[in-house]
Design a protein. Structure first.
Length: 55
C-alpha cells in the first residue's frame, strides 16, 4: 500500500527530492504520491519535516 500525504503538508518538496522512484509530484499546489509507482521504501516518511506522510 502506498504512503499518503496529509493536509499537514507544507509543500516544502523534501519528500519529492528523497523519493528514489520519483513517485511524488506536485499536483494543484499540493504534493501527491502515485500509488502505482510507490515502492513503500519510507524515504519520504523519514524526510518529511512535519510528519505529514503516513503508510
Amino acid at each position: 500500500m502506498a504512503h499518503s500525504i496529509t493536509d499537514d503538508c507544507t509543500n516544502c518538496g523534501a519528500c519529492d527530492d528523497s523519493c528514489p522512484v520519483n513517485a511524488i509530484s506536485e499536483q494543484g499546489g499540493k504534493h501527491a504520491i502515485d500509488a502505482d509507482t510507490c515502492i513503500d521504501c519510507g524515504a519520504c516518511v523519514d524526510t518529511c519535516p512535519v510528519s505529514a506522510i503516513h503508510a
